[in-house]
Design a protein around this ligand. Structure first.
Ligand SMILES: [Fe+2]
Ligand SMILES: [Fe+2]
Length: 205
């Protein structure tokens, strides 16, 4: 049965578009109901960028003893990526690489990587997923931990390996300078919206 509710919108997202005619159990669903849900989900895709921006903004509250807050660090990393000529997906990855710290620091790389996975190519996903182990080269020695994880845990012939090395060595580990050039979040907003407008992921991926 077709839904007759007209949705209301907040920040471009439909917020009152629940369908009273939809199923109570998935095994009782119809193709028509799923077509309706699919159309609404597509219309609301802008919510992804909104939520990512919201989480990035929340990083301004997190410093944890670093000289810069984590939003500044992410913006500065993305600024370095952009100035080095990285493409849109890699700039987006650089911007989002530590956004997982908004939820949990120990597994932030995996959280960040999964957030961007549907919107970037596999090399960018893997570079962000594994960036902490690569970053260890620059400071794990202070903790008595191995600094060569990038060589012992990973295969250097993997296509993402050089990208992850460039990301951590040239941008991420250098982006804690309060005096370095740092583009504002507004600069990256069109890029966030563009990259997250469509997903590369299909059902079953
Ligand atoms: Fe990180
Ligand atoms: Fe970082």
């Amino acid at each position: 049965m077709a839904c007759t509710l007209e949705p209301e919108y907040h920040r471009g997202m439909a917020v009152t578009d629940a369908n009273p005619d939809s199923f109570r159990r998935m095994d009782e669903s119809t193709a028509e109901q799923w077509a309706h849900i699919g159309a609404r989900t597509f219309e609301n895709q802008g919510r992804v960028a909104d939520r990512m921006i919201m989480l990035l903004e929340s990083l301004a509250e997190i410093s944890d003893g670093f000289i810069t807050d984590q939003l500044t660090h992410c913006l500065q990393t993305a600024t370095m990526a952009e100035k080095a000529g990285a493409d849109d997906e890699m700039i987006f990855g650089a911007l989002m690489h530590d956004v997982g710290k908004a939820i949990s620091v120990p597994n932030h790389g995996a959280i960040s990587a999964e957030m961007i996975k549907p919107y970037v190519r596999d090399d960018v996903y893997k570079a962000i997923l594994n960036h902490q182990d690569f970053q260890g080269k620059h400071y794990y020695g202070h903790f008595g931990a191995p600094t060569d994880l990038r060589y012992t845990k990973y295969d250097q012939t993997e296509s993402w390996w050089p990208l992850c090395a460039e990301f951590t060595d040239d941008w991420d580990q250098q982006a804690f300078d309060p005096d370095a050039e740092t583009y504002p979040l507004e600069h990256f907003e069109p890029l966030i919206r563009k990259v997250t407008a469509t997903t590369k992921q299909a059902l079953g991926d």
